[in-house]
Write a protein that binds this ligand. Structure first.
Ligand SMILES: [Zn+2]
Length: 410
Protein backbone atom coordinates (compact mmCIF):
# COMPACT_ATOMS: atom_id res chain seq x y z
CA UNK A 1 0.00 0.00 0.00
CA UNK A 2 2.74 2.35 0.98
CA UNK A 3 4.65 1.53 -2.20
CA UNK A 4 1.58 2.21 -4.35
CA UNK A 5 1.16 5.61 -2.69
CA UNK A 6 4.82 6.38 -3.36
CA UNK A 7 4.55 5.41 -7.04
CA UNK A 8 1.41 7.51 -7.39
CA UNK A 9 3.21 10.48 -5.87
CA UNK A 10 6.10 10.09 -8.31
CA UNK A 11 3.70 9.86 -11.24
CA UNK A 12 1.86 12.95 -10.07
CA UNK A 13 5.13 14.85 -9.76
CA UNK A 14 6.10 13.88 -13.30
CA UNK A 15 2.67 14.86 -14.55
CA UNK A 16 3.00 18.26 -12.90
CA UNK A 17 6.28 18.85 -14.72
CA UNK A 18 5.00 17.53 -18.06
CA UNK A 19 1.88 19.70 -18.13
CA UNK A 20 2.67 23.12 -19.53
CA UNK A 21 1.14 26.24 -18.03
CA UNK A 22 0.92 28.45 -21.14
CA UNK A 23 -2.60 27.95 -22.49
CA UNK A 24 -4.91 29.45 -25.13
CA UNK A 25 -8.66 30.05 -25.33
CA UNK A 26 -9.99 31.22 -28.69
CA UNK A 27 -13.59 32.42 -28.92
CA UNK A 28 -15.04 32.79 -32.39
CA UNK A 29 -18.24 34.75 -33.09
CA UNK A 30 -19.65 34.25 -36.58
CA UNK A 31 -20.73 37.30 -38.56
CA UNK A 32 -20.22 40.13 -36.03
CA UNK A 33 -19.79 43.57 -37.59
CA UNK A 34 -17.40 45.89 -35.83
CA UNK A 35 -19.93 48.71 -35.45
CA UNK A 36 -22.46 46.26 -33.99
CA UNK A 37 -19.99 44.94 -31.41
CA UNK A 38 -19.16 48.50 -30.36
CA UNK A 39 -22.82 49.38 -29.85
CA UNK A 40 -23.95 46.13 -28.24
CA UNK A 41 -24.17 45.80 -24.46
CA UNK A 42 -21.40 43.25 -23.85
CA UNK A 43 -20.11 43.46 -20.26
CA UNK A 44 -18.18 40.20 -20.47
CA UNK A 45 -16.30 41.17 -23.61
CA UNK A 46 -15.68 44.59 -22.02
CA UNK A 47 -14.17 42.82 -19.00
CA UNK A 48 -11.84 40.88 -21.29
CA UNK A 49 -10.91 44.10 -23.07
CA UNK A 50 -9.89 45.69 -19.78
CA UNK A 51 -6.56 43.88 -20.03
CA UNK A 52 -6.49 43.46 -23.79
CA UNK A 53 -4.71 44.58 -26.86
CA UNK A 54 -7.60 45.17 -29.25
CA UNK A 55 -8.93 47.02 -32.25
CA UNK A 56 -12.32 47.68 -33.84
CA UNK A 57 -10.47 48.36 -37.08
CA UNK A 58 -9.30 45.00 -38.37
CA UNK A 59 -9.90 44.80 -42.10
CA UNK A 60 -10.69 41.48 -43.76
CA UNK A 61 -7.94 40.55 -46.21
CA UNK A 62 -9.60 37.64 -48.02
CA UNK A 63 -13.05 36.24 -48.83
CA UNK A 64 -15.78 37.30 -46.38
CA UNK A 65 -17.24 33.78 -46.11
CA UNK A 66 -17.01 31.46 -43.10
CA UNK A 67 -15.00 28.53 -44.56
CA UNK A 68 -12.08 30.59 -45.90
CA UNK A 69 -12.17 32.99 -42.94
CA UNK A 70 -12.06 30.46 -40.11
CA UNK A 71 -9.36 28.60 -42.04
CA UNK A 72 -7.30 31.81 -42.04
CA UNK A 73 -7.79 32.30 -38.30
CA UNK A 74 -6.81 28.71 -37.53
CA UNK A 75 -4.00 28.18 -40.05
CA UNK A 76 -2.38 31.61 -39.79
CA UNK A 77 -2.30 32.00 -43.58
CA UNK A 78 -4.61 33.63 -46.12
CA UNK A 79 -6.83 31.71 -48.55
CA UNK A 80 -4.27 31.78 -51.36
CA UNK A 81 -2.25 29.36 -49.19
CA UNK A 82 -4.84 27.28 -47.30
CA UNK A 83 -6.87 27.00 -50.49
CA UNK A 84 -10.38 27.29 -49.02
CA UNK A 85 -12.47 29.74 -51.03
CA UNK A 86 -16.03 28.74 -50.03
CA UNK A 87 -17.99 26.63 -47.59
CA UNK A 88 -17.49 23.44 -49.59
CA UNK A 89 -13.86 23.50 -48.42
CA UNK A 90 -12.87 22.16 -51.85
CA UNK A 91 -9.15 22.55 -52.71
CA UNK A 92 -8.13 22.86 -49.07
CA UNK A 93 -4.35 22.63 -48.52
CA UNK A 94 -4.29 21.69 -44.84
CA UNK A 95 -1.48 19.18 -45.34
CA UNK A 96 0.78 22.04 -46.40
CA UNK A 97 -0.83 24.67 -44.15
CA UNK A 98 -2.36 22.87 -41.16
CA UNK A 99 -4.41 24.28 -38.32
CA UNK A 100 -2.20 25.82 -35.61
CA UNK A 101 -2.66 22.94 -33.09
CA UNK A 102 -0.88 20.67 -35.59
CA UNK A 103 1.97 23.20 -35.77
CA UNK A 104 2.13 23.46 -31.99
CA UNK A 105 2.16 19.68 -31.58
CA UNK A 106 5.09 19.35 -33.97
CA UNK A 107 7.05 20.96 -31.11
CA UNK A 108 4.99 19.90 -28.07
CA UNK A 109 3.30 16.61 -28.98
CA UNK A 110 1.59 16.24 -25.60
CA UNK A 111 -0.60 19.35 -25.94
CA UNK A 112 -4.31 18.61 -25.51
CA UNK A 113 -6.46 20.66 -27.88
CA UNK A 114 -10.27 20.80 -28.14
CA UNK A 115 -12.66 22.43 -30.63
CA UNK A 116 -16.35 23.07 -29.88
CA UNK A 117 -18.36 24.35 -32.85
CA UNK A 118 -21.98 24.66 -33.94
CA UNK A 119 -21.37 24.59 -37.68
CA UNK A 120 -20.75 21.13 -39.16
CA UNK A 121 -18.47 22.01 -42.12
CA UNK A 122 -15.86 23.41 -39.71
CA UNK A 123 -15.82 20.04 -38.01
CA UNK A 124 -16.41 17.63 -40.91
CA UNK A 125 -14.49 19.26 -43.79
CA UNK A 126 -11.25 20.05 -41.97
CA UNK A 127 -8.32 17.64 -41.53
CA UNK A 128 -4.75 17.85 -40.18
CA UNK A 129 -6.17 20.24 -37.58
CA UNK A 130 -4.47 18.83 -34.48
CA UNK A 131 -7.64 18.67 -32.39
CA UNK A 132 -7.67 15.83 -29.90
CA UNK A 133 -11.42 16.26 -29.59
CA UNK A 134 -13.92 17.88 -31.96
CA UNK A 135 -17.36 18.49 -30.48
CA UNK A 136 -20.26 19.55 -32.67
CA UNK A 137 -23.29 20.98 -30.88
CA UNK A 138 -26.61 22.07 -32.39
CA UNK A 139 -26.40 25.10 -34.68
CA UNK A 140 -27.46 28.29 -32.94
CA UNK A 141 -27.48 26.67 -29.50
CA UNK A 142 -24.87 28.66 -27.63
CA UNK A 143 -25.89 27.23 -24.27
CA UNK A 144 -24.79 23.80 -25.55
CA UNK A 145 -21.40 25.28 -26.44
CA UNK A 146 -21.16 26.65 -22.90
CA UNK A 147 -21.98 23.30 -21.29
CA UNK A 148 -19.49 21.52 -23.53
CA UNK A 149 -16.85 24.17 -22.69
CA UNK A 150 -17.48 23.84 -18.96
CA UNK A 151 -17.03 20.07 -19.26
CA UNK A 152 -13.69 20.55 -21.01
CA UNK A 153 -12.41 23.33 -18.75
CA UNK A 154 -12.37 21.08 -15.69
CA UNK A 155 -9.66 18.99 -17.37
CA UNK A 156 -6.28 20.12 -15.99
CA UNK A 157 -4.59 18.75 -19.14
CA UNK A 158 -6.48 21.12 -21.45
CA UNK A 159 -4.03 23.39 -23.29
CA UNK A 160 -6.02 24.86 -26.20
CA UNK A 161 -9.79 25.41 -26.43
CA UNK A 162 -11.58 26.89 -29.43
CA UNK A 163 -15.26 27.72 -28.89
CA UNK A 164 -17.39 29.00 -31.73
CA UNK A 165 -20.79 30.73 -31.67
CA UNK A 166 -23.06 30.96 -34.71
CA UNK A 167 -26.04 32.95 -33.38
CA UNK A 168 -25.12 36.41 -34.73
CA UNK A 169 -24.64 35.06 -38.26
CA UNK A 170 -27.94 33.17 -38.16
CA UNK A 171 -29.73 36.31 -36.93
CA UNK A 172 -28.04 38.43 -39.59
CA UNK A 173 -29.12 36.12 -42.42
CA UNK A 174 -32.65 35.91 -41.04
CA UNK A 175 -33.30 39.58 -40.33
CA UNK A 176 -30.34 41.72 -41.31
CA UNK A 177 -26.71 42.40 -40.36
CA UNK A 178 -27.15 45.82 -38.81
CA UNK A 179 -26.63 47.55 -35.47
CA UNK A 180 -30.16 48.88 -36.01
CA UNK A 181 -31.60 45.37 -35.98
CA UNK A 182 -32.46 44.45 -32.37
CA UNK A 183 -32.62 40.73 -33.23
CA UNK A 184 -29.03 40.81 -34.51
CA UNK A 185 -27.89 42.87 -31.53
CA UNK A 186 -29.65 40.50 -29.10
CA UNK A 187 -27.79 37.58 -30.66
CA UNK A 188 -24.45 39.32 -30.05
CA UNK A 189 -25.44 40.15 -26.47
CA UNK A 190 -26.57 36.57 -25.90
CA UNK A 191 -23.15 35.29 -26.96
CA UNK A 192 -21.58 37.80 -24.58
CA UNK A 193 -23.49 36.10 -21.76
CA UNK A 194 -22.13 32.73 -22.91
CA UNK A 195 -18.62 34.18 -22.89
CA UNK A 196 -19.16 35.25 -19.27
CA UNK A 197 -20.09 31.68 -18.32
CA UNK A 198 -17.01 30.31 -20.07
CA UNK A 199 -14.73 32.83 -18.36
CA UNK A 200 -16.17 31.85 -14.97
CA UNK A 201 -15.44 28.19 -15.73
CA UNK A 202 -11.92 29.13 -16.86
CA UNK A 203 -11.17 31.11 -13.72
CA UNK A 204 -12.55 28.30 -11.54
CA UNK A 205 -9.97 25.83 -12.82
CA UNK A 206 -8.15 24.37 -9.81
CA UNK A 207 -4.77 25.22 -11.32
CA UNK A 208 -5.80 28.62 -12.72
CA UNK A 209 -3.47 30.61 -10.43
CA UNK A 210 -0.45 28.80 -11.88
CA UNK A 211 -1.62 28.90 -15.49
CA UNK A 212 -0.88 31.57 -18.06
CA UNK A 213 -3.90 31.94 -20.33
CA UNK A 214 -4.35 34.23 -23.26
CA UNK A 215 -7.86 34.68 -24.68
CA UNK A 216 -8.22 35.59 -28.34
CA UNK A 217 -11.55 36.72 -29.82
CA UNK A 218 -12.46 37.60 -33.38
CA UNK A 219 -15.03 37.05 -36.12
CA UNK A 220 -14.97 35.64 -39.62
CA UNK A 221 -16.70 38.53 -41.40
CA UNK A 222 -19.28 41.28 -41.04
CA UNK A 223 -22.40 41.51 -43.16
CA UNK A 224 -24.67 43.77 -45.18
CA UNK A 225 -28.39 43.35 -45.75
CA UNK A 226 -29.03 39.66 -45.17
CA UNK A 227 -25.71 38.35 -46.33
CA UNK A 228 -21.97 38.62 -46.77
CA UNK A 229 -19.25 37.43 -49.13
CA UNK A 230 -18.55 40.74 -50.82
CA UNK A 231 -16.09 43.54 -50.18
CA UNK A 232 -18.22 46.32 -48.69
CA UNK A 233 -16.85 48.03 -45.60
CA UNK A 234 -19.75 46.52 -43.62
CA UNK A 235 -18.50 43.04 -44.54
CA UNK A 236 -14.76 43.78 -44.31
CA UNK A 237 -14.57 45.87 -41.13
CA UNK A 238 -14.10 43.43 -38.27
CA UNK A 239 -12.39 43.43 -34.87
CA UNK A 240 -9.62 41.64 -32.96
CA UNK A 241 -9.18 41.15 -29.22
CA UNK A 242 -6.21 39.58 -27.44
CA UNK A 243 -6.64 39.42 -23.69
CA UNK A 244 -3.61 38.63 -21.58
CA UNK A 245 -2.19 39.89 -18.34
CA UNK A 246 -1.20 43.45 -19.18
CA UNK A 247 -2.52 45.86 -16.60
CA UNK A 248 -4.34 48.31 -18.83
CA UNK A 249 -6.08 48.03 -22.20
CA UNK A 250 -4.34 49.04 -25.40
CA UNK A 251 -6.71 49.99 -28.21
CA UNK A 252 -5.28 50.35 -31.69
CA UNK A 253 -7.08 53.16 -33.53
CA UNK A 254 -6.53 55.03 -36.77
CA UNK A 255 -5.73 51.79 -38.60
CA UNK A 256 -5.09 52.12 -42.33
CA UNK A 257 -7.00 49.59 -44.45
CA UNK A 258 -4.29 47.47 -46.13
CA UNK A 259 -6.67 46.28 -48.85
CA UNK A 260 -7.38 42.63 -49.54
CA UNK A 261 -6.11 39.73 -51.59
CA UNK A 262 -9.66 39.22 -52.87
CA UNK A 263 -9.67 42.79 -54.18
CA UNK A 264 -6.15 42.46 -55.58
CA UNK A 265 -4.91 45.54 -53.73
CA UNK A 266 -3.39 44.08 -50.57
CA UNK A 267 -0.39 45.99 -49.23
CA UNK A 268 1.64 43.74 -46.90
CA UNK A 269 3.71 46.47 -45.29
CA UNK A 270 0.54 48.35 -44.32
CA UNK A 271 -1.02 45.06 -43.24
CA UNK A 272 1.82 44.32 -40.84
CA UNK A 273 0.93 47.39 -38.79
CA UNK A 274 -2.38 46.08 -37.42
CA UNK A 275 -3.87 42.74 -36.29
CA UNK A 276 -5.76 40.51 -38.72
CA UNK A 277 -7.38 37.08 -38.72
CA UNK A 278 -4.18 35.16 -39.49
CA UNK A 279 -2.61 36.77 -36.40
CA UNK A 280 -4.89 34.68 -34.16
CA UNK A 281 -3.02 31.46 -35.03
CA UNK A 282 0.38 33.19 -34.96
CA UNK A 283 -0.24 34.76 -31.54
CA UNK A 284 -1.55 31.48 -30.14
CA UNK A 285 1.54 29.64 -31.41
CA UNK A 286 3.89 32.30 -30.05
CA UNK A 287 2.32 31.94 -26.61
CA UNK A 288 2.27 28.13 -26.56
CA UNK A 289 5.82 27.83 -27.87
CA UNK A 290 7.58 30.68 -26.07
CA UNK A 291 11.03 29.46 -25.17
CA UNK A 292 11.13 26.88 -27.96
CA UNK A 293 13.31 27.10 -31.05
CA UNK A 294 10.26 26.19 -33.16
CA UNK A 295 8.49 29.35 -32.05
CA UNK A 296 6.77 30.92 -35.08
CA UNK A 297 8.73 34.14 -34.75
CA UNK A 298 11.88 32.19 -35.57
CA UNK A 299 10.36 29.44 -37.70
CA UNK A 300 10.02 30.88 -41.20
CA UNK A 301 9.59 27.36 -42.62
CA UNK A 302 5.94 27.55 -41.56
CA UNK A 303 5.46 30.45 -43.99
CA UNK A 304 2.75 32.05 -41.86
CA UNK A 305 1.06 35.24 -43.03
CA UNK A 306 0.01 36.06 -39.47
CA UNK A 307 2.25 37.73 -36.93
CA UNK A 308 2.20 37.55 -33.16
CA UNK A 309 0.95 40.40 -30.99
CA UNK A 310 1.80 38.50 -27.81
CA UNK A 311 4.20 41.15 -26.53
CA UNK A 312 1.36 43.69 -26.70
CA UNK A 313 -1.10 41.64 -24.68
CA UNK A 314 1.01 39.47 -22.45
CA UNK A 315 4.00 40.11 -20.23
CA UNK A 316 5.91 36.96 -19.28
CA UNK A 317 5.91 36.65 -15.48
CA UNK A 318 9.68 36.79 -15.17
CA UNK A 319 9.58 40.20 -16.86
CA UNK A 320 6.48 41.57 -15.17
CA UNK A 321 8.46 44.55 -13.92
CA UNK A 322 9.40 45.21 -17.52
CA UNK A 323 12.74 46.66 -16.56
CA UNK A 324 16.31 45.92 -17.40
CA UNK A 325 18.50 44.70 -14.54
CA UNK A 326 19.30 47.36 -11.98
CA UNK A 327 23.03 46.75 -12.14
CA UNK A 328 25.18 47.31 -15.14
CA UNK A 329 26.58 43.98 -16.48
CA UNK A 330 23.80 41.97 -14.78
CA UNK A 331 21.21 40.00 -16.76
CA UNK A 332 17.76 38.51 -16.40
CA UNK A 333 16.53 35.57 -18.43
CA UNK A 334 13.34 33.82 -19.46
CA UNK A 335 11.95 31.23 -19.50
CA UNK A 336 13.49 28.99 -16.87
CA UNK A 337 12.94 26.08 -17.14
CA UNK A 338 12.99 26.22 -20.93
CA UNK A 339 12.42 23.71 -23.69
CA UNK A 340 15.42 24.87 -25.68
CA UNK A 341 15.50 28.65 -26.15
CA UNK A 342 16.45 31.13 -23.43
CA UNK A 343 16.27 34.91 -23.86
CA UNK A 344 18.67 37.16 -21.95
CA UNK A 345 18.10 40.83 -21.20
CA UNK A 346 21.06 42.84 -19.94
CA UNK A 347 22.35 46.31 -19.31
CA UNK A 348 25.43 47.34 -21.24
CA UNK A 349 25.67 51.06 -20.74
CA UNK A 350 29.30 51.22 -21.79
CA UNK A 351 28.44 49.42 -25.03
CA UNK A 352 31.15 46.83 -24.46
CA UNK A 353 31.74 43.63 -26.41
CA UNK A 354 29.47 40.77 -25.35
CA UNK A 355 30.11 37.04 -25.30
CA UNK A 356 28.74 34.07 -23.42
CA UNK A 357 29.79 30.63 -22.23
CA UNK A 358 27.64 27.63 -21.41
CA UNK A 359 28.99 25.09 -18.94
CA UNK A 360 27.47 21.87 -17.67
CA UNK A 361 27.13 20.98 -14.00
CA UNK A 362 30.63 19.45 -14.02
CA UNK A 363 32.08 22.77 -15.09
CA UNK A 364 32.84 21.58 -18.59
CA UNK A 365 32.46 24.34 -21.17
CA UNK A 366 30.01 23.11 -23.82
CA UNK A 367 29.74 26.29 -25.87
CA UNK A 368 31.65 29.56 -26.23
CA UNK A 369 30.21 32.34 -28.32
CA UNK A 370 32.35 35.45 -28.56
CA UNK A 371 31.35 38.80 -29.99
CA UNK A 372 27.63 38.13 -29.83
CA UNK A 373 25.31 40.18 -31.95
CA UNK A 374 22.22 40.86 -29.84
CA UNK A 375 18.70 40.94 -31.25
CA UNK A 376 18.50 44.42 -29.80
CA UNK A 377 21.14 46.35 -27.85
CA UNK A 378 19.84 44.67 -24.69
CA UNK A 379 18.64 41.20 -25.65
CA UNK A 380 19.97 37.96 -27.06
CA UNK A 381 18.58 34.44 -27.53
CA UNK A 382 20.56 31.28 -26.72
CA UNK A 383 19.42 27.99 -28.24
CA UNK A 384 19.98 24.73 -26.36
CA UNK A 385 18.34 22.69 -29.14
CA UNK A 386 21.60 20.86 -29.89
CA UNK A 387 22.30 19.96 -26.25
CA UNK A 388 20.93 17.20 -23.99
CA UNK A 389 18.24 18.12 -21.50
CA UNK A 390 19.63 19.03 -18.10
CA UNK A 391 21.01 21.90 -16.08
CA UNK A 392 23.53 24.39 -17.39
CA UNK A 393 25.26 27.56 -16.31
CA UNK A 394 25.09 30.58 -18.60
CA UNK A 395 27.95 33.04 -18.13
CA UNK A 396 27.38 36.39 -19.81
CA UNK A 397 30.56 38.36 -20.35
CA UNK A 398 30.22 42.11 -20.92
CA UNK A 399 33.63 43.73 -21.29
CA UNK A 400 35.63 42.26 -18.42
CA UNK A 401 32.59 41.57 -16.20
CA UNK A 402 31.15 38.07 -15.84
CA UNK A 403 27.76 37.02 -14.50
CA UNK A 404 26.76 33.35 -14.18
CA UNK A 405 23.24 31.95 -13.75
CA UNK A 406 21.77 28.47 -13.85
CA UNK A 407 19.14 27.33 -16.34
CA UNK A 408 17.15 24.10 -16.67
CA UNK A 409 16.47 22.65 -20.12
CA UNK A 410 13.66 20.07 -20.01
ZN1 LIG B 1 -23.12 33.68 -42.82
Amino acid sequence: MKRITFIAAVLLAQFAIASQNRKVLIIGMDGVRSDALQQANTPNIDALMSNSFFTYESYHRGITVSGPSWSTLMCGVEYNKHGVTDNSYANSQYNTYPYFPTRAKSCLPDLYCVQIVQWAPMSDNVYNDGWDLKLLVQDGQGSQSVTASQNQLVNPNLDVLFVYFDEPDLAGHASGFSPNNPIYMNAIESVDGHIGSIMTALQNRPGYADEEWIILLSTDHGGIGNGHGGNSSQERTIWWIGSGNNASPIQMTGVTDPGSIALGNYNASVGAQSPCQADIAATALDHLLRGSSCNPTINPSWNLDGQSWLDSLYTPPALAVNELPVDNFDFIYFPNPSIDLVSLWYKNEENEAISYEITDLNGKVVEINSNVQGLTPNKLNISFADKPKGEYFITLIIGAQRQTKKVIIE
